[in-house]
Design a protein around this ligand. Structure first.
Ligand code: NAD
Length: 489
């Protein structure tokens, strides 16, 4: 059966690394959202620490808030919490059977068990990867009209949302005379700890202001920067993996070898010694985040629309095109120049590493996945470097071209029913209408005001730059425009 096969898994003639530690929960990290990324990142870091004999009794309990998680949790249960993690690049693969998830709970069918687990004295940390949508935010604070929030406020004992679940558990801890747990977001959200804190406090204030005050004064919500490219696992890929290696793992994960985790060292009741496995604890998470969001996420967004316009489907194919590679390098240079220095980072080396990572054919990341939700991504990844460059009187040609490429791509979607129906963003029809008007009239102003607003005098300068790039794109086409931009002046 699957469990026995996992324990005997051999890859390239060598046995996979198996957990060599006691798999009994004592000090708990409860993790909400046991998706692919959690299993490639936080669970893997804890596994490494336990493997070194330095985990000091820590273990993970995975919690799913959505019915869609049930299949993963059931499979993990049947496999005794074990799963195989495949770190792959051109040089080969390293396979680890990860054992740090020691228990799992489905909160969508039994939220009182999940609340009791979070409220238990043994739970020290509650971490989350529930996607940006899981925080139920509107801007920087709680969206009180979000259907899950409306539901949870009406029935706080049966929460469906992450903020609702955390507040129900914190209320129980307070009633039981326990301290709050540390709540640690590991999602790709700028200032993720602050956003989580803001959502939890706003929810608590609506339920019980005294509870909100207790959380505000005693709770900890460290910010973190997380990084490891982990593509979604589809059925065909899983079957291929299982067939090739003779293993029946129902929940394997593929990821790149690279990983990074920077965390603010604010933990209310202790934490594992993650620094012993390469995690950096820093008061400067924001600067690391600026680097990662600006260069990795911004680079992804910059490549996606050009790659799609030039007919590519996956990231590594696009990067093999010399024009896209040079465009990506130029984009990163424009962003890097706006970043403040970090003691342990050489930005030129970080850029080269990103190019290598994006060129990893084993990851099979789709350009379309990166292009989607640009309305949410661009204000976070692109506006900060734009504003910093405008302040410094520097040109924003590459950043403005990234916007112009997005406009031209959206305009094309308007004429392609099939591609449009597969595209996910907030109000796709409205977005395409605005983009098409901007391209037809060569006036990006209304689009920028609606989707990428700059509310001061810098708006006019940025609009003028986007206008120029858009005109050149229309005259020359995407490839020739980018070549023109890259040509030495
Ligand atoms: P996934 O689809 O495998 O898992 C997503 C998890 O979030 C699931 O458990 C799902 O049930 C849960 N979820 C989704 N919406 C929710 C909601 N509204 N309320 C509660 N739970 C919800 O995706 P993944 O690859 O694990 O990525 C999850 C998040 O991790 C990303 O959104 C991102 O913030 C972060 N991340 C991912 C990567 C990556 O390469 N995959 C890299 C860095 C950070």
């Amino acid at each position: 059966n699957g469990l026995a096969q996992l324990r005997e898994l051999r890859v390239d003639g060598a046995p996979a690394e198996l957990p060599g530690y006691e798999r009994r929960l004592r000090k708990r990290i409860c993790h909400i959202g046991v998706g692919a990324f959690h299993r490639a990142h936080q669970a893997w870091y804890l596994h490494r620490l336990l493997q070194q004999g330095e985990g000091e009794g820590w273990g993970l309990c995975g919690i799913g808030l959505r019915a869609a998680d049930r299949a993963t949790l059931d499979a993990l249960g049947e496999q005794d919490g074990l799963y195989s993690l495949w770190e792959i690049d051109e040089s080969g693969r390293r396979v680890t059977v990860v054992g740090s998830i020691m228990d799992q709970l489905d909160a969508s069918s039994d939220c009182s068990a999940a609340i009791a687990r979070l409220a238990d004295a043994d739970t020290h940390i509650v971490s989350l990867t529930v996607t940006e949508a899981g925080y139920c935010l509107n801007g920087e604070t709680l969206d009180v009209h979000h259907p899950d929030v409306v539901h949870d406020l009406a029935d706080p004992a049966q929460p469906r949302s992450a903020p609702g679940l955390l507040v129900a558990a914190l209320a129980q801890r307070r009633a039981n005379g326990l301290p709050p747990f540390t709540a640690m977001s590991c999602d790709n959200l700028v200032k993720n700890g602050e956003r989580l804190r803001s959502a939890v406090l706003a929810f608590a204030r609506l339920v019980d202001p005294a509870l909100a005050q207790w959380i505000e004064s005693r709770g900890c919500f460290p910010c973190s920067m997380v990084d490891r490219i982990t593509p979604a696992m589809d059925a065909a890929r899983r079957e291929r993996l299982c067939e090739d290696w003779g293993v029946d793992d129902r929940v394997p994960v593929i990821c790149e070898p690279w990983q990074q985790w920077i965390i603010e060292d604010h933990f209310v009741c202790g934490r594992p010694a993650f620094e012993r496995v390469g995690v950096v604890f820093s008061d400067d998470v924001t600067r690391y985040e600026d680097m990662k969001v600006g260069l990795l996420n911004g680079g992804h967004s910059a490549i996606s629309h050009l790659g799609l316009l030039l007919g590519y489907e996956s990231v590594h194919e696009a990067l093999a095109d010399p024009v896209i590679r040079a465009w990506h390098a130029g984009y990163m240079r424009e962003v890097s120049a706006t970043l403040s220095p970090l003691p342990d980072v050489d930005y030129a080396e970080y850029e080269r590493a990103l190019t290598r990572r994006f060129s990893n054919a084993a990851i099979q990341d789709r350009l379309l996945r990166l292009a989607m939700d640009s309305s949410t991504k661009f204000p976070q990844v692109l506006l900060p470097p734009v504003l910093r460059r405008l302040d410094a009187g520097l040109s924003v040609d590459f950043l403005a071209t990234a916007i112009a490429l997005w406009l031209v791509y959206l305009d094309g979607l308007g004429r392609d029913d099939k591609a449009r129906s597969a595209y996910v963003d907030h109000d796709v029809a409205g977005l395409i209408a605005l983009a098409s008007a901007a391209v037809a009239e060569q006036q990006p102003g209304p689009f920028l005001a609606a989707r990428l607003p700059i509310t001061d005098a810098r708006a006019a300068r940025f609009e003028a730059s986007v206008s120029r790039q858009l005109a050149s794109l229309r005259d020359a086409g995407a490839r020739a425009h980018v070549e023109r931009l890259l040509a030495p002046s």
